[in-house]
Design a protein around this ligand. Structure first.
Ligand SMILES: [Zn+2]
Length: 389
């Protein structure tokens, strides 16, 4: 006579995703096949059910604004109407390909050259920057920016069609109500991430009343509803916020209040963009004692802006650990880190994104070593143990 050990009883909690149910069922069924012979002379023994925790990890990283001013696309031109941005990523690609999931803020819509390219203040960028981001390892682009509406619905539709062609998921700008209602998720190492994106505004260009899906505006009721929906379909919620004051090195009160509200909603990761300079990341505690990792501003990743602070950006990252024990699940965030990058160019040519740790001389950036130290000090203002590479 054999004793059968099985942990198949019990329901799943409300926060469990399908994904979790799947893994709980799998581990359970493996245990069904475990037989333990009875002790000699004994009858049935009631053993306590032992749940072995199943732990998986994934790294989520993000880069700042990709803002394609005309000098950037002119530098990428290879023939009339054709562009290649890949060389600009040659020195950074190894690092951008490393994280399990990488998010980029495509600030200028990639409407393509057929619509006529344009620069500040009304951007339209070549499709090919999308190819370069894909090759650099970007897995998700956020499109809710103050420049989303620059060239209207036509440029948005052309951009979204190109992202679809590249099989690059996007969020924050959509082609229809139905598209906007389809939550974007990515799963890595059995951890499902949901992606949402919102902007404070669209530079005074009205979003058509009957087409609010063209760009997500910051609206707490909407964000709350989206987050609640995302909780049912994912393990980790990542919200991109286009917010803050341009060129301000520290988050303003409004950013801090919004970060608190997002933490209270149970959002785990916030990716901030728009100030065009770096603002230090922080841990924000939500009302239920949960911890939210807030990257207030990741600065510019690729642009033709001037002044050193606007050319220093970086890759912010966080490790997500999912522990499933029986039917319960916990998500822990660990090891926040940052890789400072420098957006090099000279005379509006030879644009390159360079890891600052490799810039040992002043060849491409004056006082590069001091600039790197200054950046590290600034970025660790709220998280003293922030790791750098
Ligand atoms: Zn912006």
């Amino acid at each position: 006579m054999f004793l059968l050990l099985c942990c198949c009883t019990g329901g799943t909690s409300a926060t469990d995703s399908n994904n979790i149910r799947q893994s709980a069922t799998n581990s359970c069924c493996m245990r069904e096949r475990t037989f333990i012979p009875p002790l000699p002379g004994s009858s049935t023994v009631n053993l306590p059910t032992i749940h072995v925790p199943v732990i998986t990890r994934a790294t989520l990283a993000a880069v700042g604004d990709v803002l394609i001013h005309s000098p950037v696309y002119k530098d990428a031109a290879i023939s009339k109407g054709r562009y290649n941005f890949n060389p600009m990523f040659d020195e950074i690609r190894k690092l951008t390909q490393e994280p399990d999931i990488l998010v980029a803020n495509q600030e200028s819509m990639i409407g393509g050259s057929e619509l006529g390219l344009s620069s500040y203040p009304s951007f339209n960028s070549p499709h090919e920057i999308g190819d370069a981001l894909k090759m650099a390892g970007v897995d998700m682009v956020t499109l809710a920016n103050n420049h989303t509406m620059d060239r209207g619905e036509k440029a948005i539709r052309s951009a979204l069609a190109y992202w679809d062609k590249l099989h690059m998921p996007y969020t924050g700008s959509f082609r229809s109500e139905e598209d906007a209602g389809t939550l974007r998720t990515l799963t890595s190492n059995n951890i499902t991430f949901a992606f949402l994106a919102y902007t404070y505004g669209t530079n005074g260009i009205a979003v058509p009343k009957d087409k609010p899906y063209l760009v997500n505006l910051i609206n707490l009721d909407k964000i709350k509803a989206d987050v609640e929906k995302a909780k049912k379909l994912s393990d980790v919620i990542v919200v991109s916020m286009h917010w803050g004051t341009e060129y301000e090195p520290m988050p303003n009160r409004e950013q801090q209040q919004l970060a608190q509200q997002l933490a209270d909603m149970g959002v785990q990761i916030v990716i901030g963009n728009h100030p065009h300079v770096l603002q230090p990341p922080a841990w924000v505690q939500g009302k239920n004692g949960n911890k939210t990792f807030v990257m207030y501003s990741l600065g510019n990743f690729l642009s033709a802006q001037e002044k050193t602070e606007r050319l220093i950006g970086g890759i912010g990252s966080i490790e997500v650990i999912k522990t499933v024990t029986g039917v319960s699940k916990t998500i822990t965030l660990k090891h926040p880190s940052f890789i400072p990058t420098y957006n090099y160019y000279r005379n509006h040519r030879n644009f390159k994104i360079i890891p600052m740790s490799t810039m040992t001389s002043s060849d491409r950036l004056k006082n590069a070593a001091q600039q790197l130290e200054k950046t590290k000090k600034h970025m660790s203002a709220f998280i003293p143990d922030l790791a750098f590479r």
